[in-house]
Design a protein around this ligand. Structure first.
Ligand code: ZN
Ligand code: ZN
Length: 253
């Protein structure tokens, strides 16, 4: 499996938060920076997009993406997400006000994107991968994903406060090569993390105790302006296999 972390700007800007992963070139997990990170042929090669939730930092390039691939694809790109997430896309984004409704353009029978509701816990087999959505604990309905093939796997928790099921899934998985999770605010903003259902480094340390697999842990979603404060707090955890999820990095399992 080849996992590419999609970066969008480098440096200190939104790149640590605009979230996107690309698996084997054809399956994207979240769409926070598809159009910034990928050339047009790479965008056209994507066949499935699995969204974790409706927050903008995870979906914001979808409109430009639909426009970019228009005229280049014969089969609609499947957008897999919870019913609530798809409903948010329909009502607030592809609503013919903020952006045209590409789920019926150029025609309802042959649109650019097709919505596909996911059921947590069910295994979806696409492009040689097995993908399982697992509910996590965030402000809006949100799932993380276990992504597996025959000999490798990774977990992406997406945005979440304290949660259990996805750790249980990671512990149960036949293979596990990487665990990606979040830390959004510095320790002194624990109140903000609680209010917005995210983690601080201290909260992440407690979560890590649930992970019984000895695998690398990659952390994303640091608030850009707070990164200088958070890096020492993450280092202080002294977790031997914890690092930042670097933009534009590529994992080969
Ligand atoms: Zn979120
Ligand atoms: Zn987010």
């Amino acid at each position: 499996m080849i996992l590419r972390v999609l970066g969008c700007s480098g440096g200190e800007a939104e790149g640590d938060r605009l979230t996107g992963l690309l698996v084997n070139g054809t399956v994207a997990i979240d769409a926070g920076c598809l159009t910034m990170a990928l050339k047009i042929p790479e965008q056209v090669a994507i066949r499935h997009i699995f969204l974790s939730h409706s927050h903008l930092d995870h979906i914001c390039t979808l409109p430009f993406y639909t426009k970019n691939i228009f005229g280049h694809i014969d089969v609609p790109v499947e957008i897999h997400a919870l019913p609530e997430t798809l409903d948010a896309l329909r009502r607030h984004l592809f609503n013919d006000e903020l952006w045209p409704d590409f789920s019926v353009i150029p025609s309802p029978d042959a649109p650019i994107i097709r919505y596909s509701e996911i059921e947590p816990g069910r295994v979806y087999e696409v492009e040689g991968l097995r993908i399982t959505a697992i509910p996590v604990n965030h402000l809006v309905p949100t799932v993380g994903y276990l992504v597996e093939d025959d000999h490798s796997a990774f977990v992406f928790t997406s945005d979440t406060a304290e949660t259990d099921a996805i750790y249980e899934a990671a512990n149960r998985a036949k293979h596990l090569d990487l665990f990606i999770t979040e830390a959004s605010f510095p320790n002194e903003q624990a109140w903000l993390a609680e209010a917005s259902k995210h983690l601080t480094p201290a909260k992440l340390a407690k979560e890590m105790k649930k992970l019984k697999r000895d695998v690398p842990v990659a952390v994303y979603h640091l608030t850009p302006g707070d990164k200088p404060r958070m890096l020492p707090e993450l280092e202080a955890l002294q977790h031997p296999r914890l690092s930042l999820l670097e933009q534009d990095s590529v994992f080969r399992f």
